[in-house]
Structure formats: structure tokens, C-alpha cells
Design a protein around this ligand. Structure first.
Ligand code: NAD
Ligand code: UDP
Length: 338
């Protein structure tokens, strides 16, 4: 009995493979390596001492998916595969709609062909409308997305909900992640963005290791305690464990279920910088710059539904996130290339 993990060589996927293997599941990965390295899966095997069945495959390739479903006794699927860079999605919207929608549709079709009826989908807090009050709960309003990436997540949620409505025996968990950061405590797997990082934590750790001159702090005049943006950062290992909880949940819950995965706690950019410097004893030079267009002042989750129904709660704190990010970055200064 195996779990198919699409996009399993990526950042969140590789950490989830570790937690699935630790929980006793067999793992089959389909990833086209468009934004990842197969080395991550070798490291997953090193951490767990267990094998991963890897297919270098595009999830949009129906015959390849058929081959995978025929060769393995797959009972559940976790769908990470997709593009995720907000700015790139604005510049190349069709590439994002094509990859993120086609991969989700093709995967659902293959699951129906092979009578596999449990799907966990990587969604995002970006599906929530900008005007909501905080914290965001699963019933907060969605839509009015401000970029194509956000719309792809919104649309994939709608597609999956329609599939669940139309096909008895097909159930899904839509997991809305807040801001995943950190790395496995072994330092063997972590986030390895290509090019200049868009997100805060990889930019901080690449600055600390000397790959970037300084961090630009995008605005210090927000209506927040220190004026810098506030987000709900969660440790990627906690996030990975949330997927194991969701897989278990679907075993005895039909229908479609939406869960926020976050801590419920907001952290400002400067609080993150100071915590990183304190726990790792490294300076993070920074400069205050203009606000980044489209950024909200404050975003954080109400995770009480996941706490209650998935029996999942974050266990690691901001210091763990900073410490493990640095452990990964300093032992792999050039990511999986080093
Ligand atoms: P990632 O880029 O590290 O992982 C995605 C993986 O999917 C990569 O390994 C890539 O090679 C693969 N992939 C892309 N298109 C594919 C295709 N057509 N066929 C096969 N493989 C394909 O990203 P991540 O940070 O691990 O994110 C995983 C998922 O979680 C994504 O769907 C992302 O949108 C979502 N998500 C991420 C964040 C975040 O902050 N990292 C937040 C919310 C949601
Ligand atoms: N941020 C920043 N400098 C950077 C990257 C991000 O000041 O180089 C800020 C950003 O304005 C936001 C927070 O850090 O307030 C988190 O940004 P990220 O892109 O990581 O996540 P998102 O905004 O998508 O939640």
C-alpha cells in the first residue's frame, strides 16, 4: 500500500516523504524535476533508511501516470506538483495556468481511471480574499486573487470540489498552507530556490551565508507592532506531518475537507531577522526599502479546525525554524549543487 507524491522531490514534498516513510507508508514519487533535484530523494532515503520509488515524470503525461498506478498499489495521492512563484506567474500566466490546472485535472482523471479515491492537495493561504479580517479561518472569503498563481490554487480547489461532488468514493483534503520555512533538522534536505529567492526566509539565510549582500525589508510603515509585514511562519516538518494527518483523516471521512495549516501566530520581518541572528550567531545585514506591491500588512491563520479535526498542531517554534534553516543553508551553501 503506497502513497503517490507528485512533486515529491521539491521542498515540501521531500519533507513529507520523510514523514510518510517514518509513519510506515511506502512512497512513490512522480516529479519532472523542473524545480528540484533527485538528490533530495537520495537524502530522504538516507534520513529514513527506506527506499523511495522515483519516476521522473510530468504529471500531465497520462500514459506515464497509468504506468505508475499499474505498477504500484496506490491508495492515496498527495499533489504538490506545480509552479509556485508569484512574480513569475504574473509574467508568464499561461505557463502557470497550463501546468497547475492541467496537472491537477490529469491527476484526477488518472485517479478515477485507477479507482484511487483519496487526494490531498497543496493549496495556499493566497486563495483568501485580501479584505478578510484576521485570523483567517476556512470559512473566510476566497477569490479576488491578486496574481495568476493564486487563481490557479483557487481554480484547482474548485475543480477538486466538483470532482468530489460528481464521483462517489472520491474524497479530498484541501490544505491551505501559510508560510512554510525551515528544514529537516538533519540539514540534509531543505529549500533550494533557483535564482534570487522571492521569499523571506531563503533570502535571510542566503544573506547570512554571504550569497546576497543584504536583505531588503519591504516597508516599515505598515500598521503592525514594528511597521514590518507580519506572517504566520510554520516549520516545514510540522507542515509535512500535517499531510500524514490528512491522509489518515481521509481514510474515514468522505467528501471534501478544507484545513488551514499554520501556527496561529504572526511574526514580523524584523522579528524573524532578529531571531535568526540570535539563535545562529550570524549577522543578517538589511535595509528598509519600499513596500512590495500587493503585500498585505498582516496574514495569519486560525488553525483551530486542523487542531481539532486532524489532531494536528505545530510543535516547532520560530527559533527551530531559524536554526534549521541555517543548518541546511550553512551545510549546503549552494543547495543540492554543493
Ligand atoms: P517546489 O517547487 O519545491 O516543489 C514542487 C515540485 O513539483 C518540484 O519538485 C517540481 O519539479 C515539481 N513539478 C512542477 N510541475 C510538475 C509537473 N507538471 N509534473 C511533475 N512535477 C512537477 O515547491 P514547494 O514549495 O515544495 O511547494 C509544493 C506545493 O505547495 C506547490 O503546489 C505549491 O504551490 C504549494 N505551496 C507552497 C508554499 C510555499 O511557500 N512553499 C505555500 C503554499 C502552497
Ligand atoms: N519580505 C521582505 N523581504 C524579502 C522577502 C519578503 O521584507 O526579500 C517580507 C514580505 O514583504 C512579507 C514577508 O516578508 O511581509 C513574507 O514574505 P514572503 O514572500 O516570504 O511570503 P508572502 O508575502 O507570500 O506571505
Amino acid at each position: 500500500m503506497a502513497v503517490l507524491v507528485t512533486g515529491g522531490a521539491g521542498y515540501i514534498g521531500s519533507h513529507t516523504c520523510v514523514e510518510l516513510l517514518n509513519a510506515g507508508y511506502d512512497v512513490v514519487v512522480a516529479d519532472n524535476l523542473s524545480n528540484s533535484s533527485e538528490v533530495s530523494l537520495q537524502r530522504v532515503e538516507q534520513i529514513t533508511g527506506k527506499p523511495v520509488a522515483f519516476y521522473r515524470a510530468d504529471v500531465r503525461d497520462a500514459s506515464k501516470l497509468d504506468e505508475i498506478f499499474e505498477r504500484h498499489d496506490i491508495r492515496q495521492v498527495i499533489h504538490f506538483a506545480g509552479f509556485k512563484a508569484v512574480g513569475e506567474s504574473v509574467a508568464k500566466p499561461l505557463m502557470y495556468y497550463r501546468n497547475n490546472l492541467d496537472s491537477t485535472i490529469g491527476l484526477c482523471e488518472a485517479m478515477l481511471r485507477h479507482k484511487v479515491g483519496e487526494l490531498v492537495f497543496s493549496s495556499s493561504a493566497t486563495v483568501y480574499s485580501p479584505g478578510n479580517t484576521m485570523p483567517l479561518s476556512e470559512t473566510s472569503s476566497t477569490g479576488n486573487c491578486t496574481h495568476p498563481y493564486g487563481w490557479t490554487k483557487f481554480m484547482c480547489e474548485e475543480i477538486i470540489m466538483d470532482v468530489v461532488r460528481a464521483h462517489k468514493g472520491f474524497s479530498a483534503a484541501l490544505l491551505r498552507y501559510f508560510n512554510p520555512v525551515g528544514a529537516h533538522p538533519s540539514g540534509l534536505i531543505g529549500e533550494d530556490p533557483s535564482g534570487i529567492p522571492n521569499n523571506l526566509m531563503p533570502f535571510i539565510s542566503q544573506t547570512a551565508v554571504g550569497r546576497r549582500k543584504e536583505l531588503s525589508v519591504f516597508g516599515d510603515d505598515y500598521d503592525t507592532p514594528d511597521g514590518t509585514g507580519v506572517r504566520d511562519y510554520l516549520h516545514v516538518v510540522d507542515l509535512a506531518k500535517g499531510h500524514v494527518s490528512a491522509i489518515r483523516y481521509l481514510d474515514d471521512h468522505d467528501g471534501v475537507h478544507i484545513f488551514n495549516l499554520g501556527t496561529g501566530r504572526g511574526t514580523s520581518v524584523l522579528e524573524m531577522v532578529r531571531t535568526f541572528e540570535k539563535v545562529n550567531h550570524v549577522p543578517v545585514p538589511y535595509r528598509i526599502t519600499d513596500r512590495r506591491p500587493g503585500d498585505l500588512a498582516t496574514v495569519y491563520a486560525d488553525p483551530s479546525k486542523s487542531n481539532r479535526e486532524l489532531h494536528w498542531k505545530t510543535e516547532l517554534d520560530l527559533e527551530d525554524m531559524c536554526c534549521d534553516s541555517w543548518n541546511w543553508q550553512s551545510s549546503n551553501p549552494n543547495g543540492y549543487e554543493s
